[in-house]
Design a protein around this ligand. Sequence first.
Ligand code: PEP
Length: 248
Amino acid sequence: MRQSLVIGNWKMNGSLGLTSELLHAIEDAIDDKISCEIGVCIPFVYINVAQQLVKQTAIKVGAQTVSEYQSGAYTGEVSAEMLAEVGCKWVLVGHSERRTLFNESNLLLVEKVLAAQAARLVPVYCVGETEADYKSGVTFDVIKEQVEALLSNQAVDLDQLVLAYEPVWAIGTGLTASPEEAQKVHAFIRGLVKEKNIKSAERLQILYGGSVKPDNALSLFGQRDIDGGLIGGASLDANAFISICQKA
Ligand code: PEP
């Protein structure tokens, strides 16, 4: 049985004040109806402060991207070791905004996954098809290419990994894949991992992301291969986020 996991992705939102406000509100709202793991992937500059705030709680902190390099002359970059040192557990790798706006390729993203794992972080490797892909019926081809890029690298540790399926057309749009549609893709992803290692595939947490809200979370999380959610917009509202965690 896999434990459910809900991770908030704050993106480039917030401030010192909001970081403390939101984390306190989430912490206050955590009750015994919540049994999932809870993570918040927040801007780099707030990680240290957030880590102090959540120390005694069930919330764990993560980052939204990481350098593929260990150290050196890479101005502006943040290494996986640095993130581990300030207490991060997770790091998002390959969010569609990174793939599209920052031209991050599958090849580069696999390097980032390896860098994260080497520092004992758990990379949350995100995959998803665009609206054009979805409309032309190539969703499974796109997902296969993105997942295979990872699986074909023998150095990737399948037991120190989370996958997230996020249809790009559902991110921040209010549209979601139907639970049945999402389940099909999640089962497909798990099947690809199974071809490499059956036990790892059974253990692997695969999150769904794309306009998850309190009112659609239950039907999505009720699907056999959906192990929780990656939550954007709704993670900036403590009540909505907690309500989603309760559904997981
Ligand atoms: C995301 O950015 O990962 C995301 C899923 O965003 P939203 O929940 O706002 O669609």
